[in-house]
Design a binder for this molecule. Structure first.
Ligand SMILES: NC(=O)C1=CN([C@@H]2O[C@H](COP(=O)(O)OP(=O)(O)OC[C@H]3O[C@@H](n4cnc5c(N)ncnc54)[C@H](O)[C@@H]3O)[C@@H](O)[C@H]2O)C=CC1
Ligand SMILES: O=C(O)[C@@H]1CCC=N1
Length: 271
């Protein structure tokens, strides 16, 4: 993307802005000099400038809007109205991309007085090029804006377009999902330690097992249940563990966790 690379701005220079900017520069061919991030907190600006070497920062949201072709709205949902109020005008030349959980396109249209807006739900693995992003575009958005958004997101991993009504479910599944998987990895490595493995060995084996199992699902296209059956020998070790997980309601707990996160996303949109 380096020739005619867009100038990319961020309102909010926190975790997600850093993860996405890193992906754009490392894998999207966006020159760091094309990135400008605004944040009211000096500490956040300093960290952003240090981690995205060559990027610029400012305390002024309007400066970002005026100097960018694409602006990622990367503030917490509760701060979105304040961020919008800090702007005098959003020029038509600027495409807005909101990554805030729960905030609908309708709400964003009214806050920012523009309809050139796309709503995205990314996740933190943007940082390592393995994000799972979904997005929905405002009615009337041009194909060029959709293609540009998809190209930028694909520099951080994968990007799928979904109807907006599915974005709360996406938020529960892949937006919040990394946290649930980290808990699983932590629990697996604790179990290894309990069985006598050194912590570093247990953690490495747990993380690689999750990565390898995920890759098997993606690379083979086989149903996870079939892949599970391949691991599960008659009268063997795996079925003993599967029985414990079923007794403890593992599937129900995962379904409830993702449903609770999706419900919270809906609530955030109504606040
Ligand atoms: N952390 C995650 O895993 C994910 C977060 N998101 C969404 O991304 C957004 C950002 O989340 P994080 O990066 O985790 O939060 P964060 O708290 O790390 O970053 C937000 C930044 O916004 C700044 N800020 C506050 N008020 C501002 C204003 N008026 N103008 C400009 N900047 C302002 C804060 O100082 C902070 O540095 C949220 O809306 C969240 O729903 C979406 C997907 C995943
Ligand atoms: O916890 C949150 O609200 C954000 C949105 C998705 C992941 N983190």
């Amino acid at each position: 993307m380096s020739t005619n690379s867009p100038r990319i701005g961020f309102l909010g220079a926190g975790q997600m802005a850093l993860a996405m900017a890193h992906g754009f520069v490392a894998r999207g061919g966006v020159p760091a000099a094309n990135i400008l991030a605004a944040d009211p907190f000096e500490q956040a600006r300093t960290r952003f400038a240090k981690e995205i070497s060559g990027a610029k920062t400012t305390a002024s949201n309007q400066e970002v809007i005026d100097q960018s072709d694409v602006v990622i709205l990367a503030v917490k949902p509760q701060m979105m109205a304040d961020a919008a109020k800090s702007l005098t005008k959003v020029p038509g030349s600027c495409l807005l991309i909101s990554i805030a959980a729960g905030i609908s396109l309708d709400k964003l249209n009214s806050l920012f007085s523009t309809k050139r807006i796309i709503r995205v739900m990314p996740n933190t693995p943007c940082l390592v090029g393995l994000s799972a992003c979904a997005f929905s575009a405002n009615e009337g958005i041009s194909d060029e804006d959709v293609t540009l958004t998809k190209t930028l997101l694909e520099a951080t991993g994968i990007a799928v377009q979904v109807p907006e009504k599915q974005l709360d479910a996406v938020t529960g599944l892949s937006g919040s999902g990394p946290a649930f998987v980290y808990m699983m990895i932590e629990a697996m490595s604790d179990a290894g330690v309990r069985q006598g493995l050194p912590r570093a060995v247990a953690l490495q084996l747990a993380a690689q097992t999750v990565k390898g199992a995920a890759e098997m699902v993606l690379a083979t296209g086989q149903h996870p249940a079939a892949l599970k059956d391949n691991v599960t020998s008659p009268g063997g070790t795996t079925i003993a563990g599967v029985h414990e997980l079923e007794k403890k309601g593992f599937r129900g707990a995962v379904i409830d966790a993702i449903s609770a996160a999706a419900e919270r996303s809906k609530e955030l949109g109504q606040d």
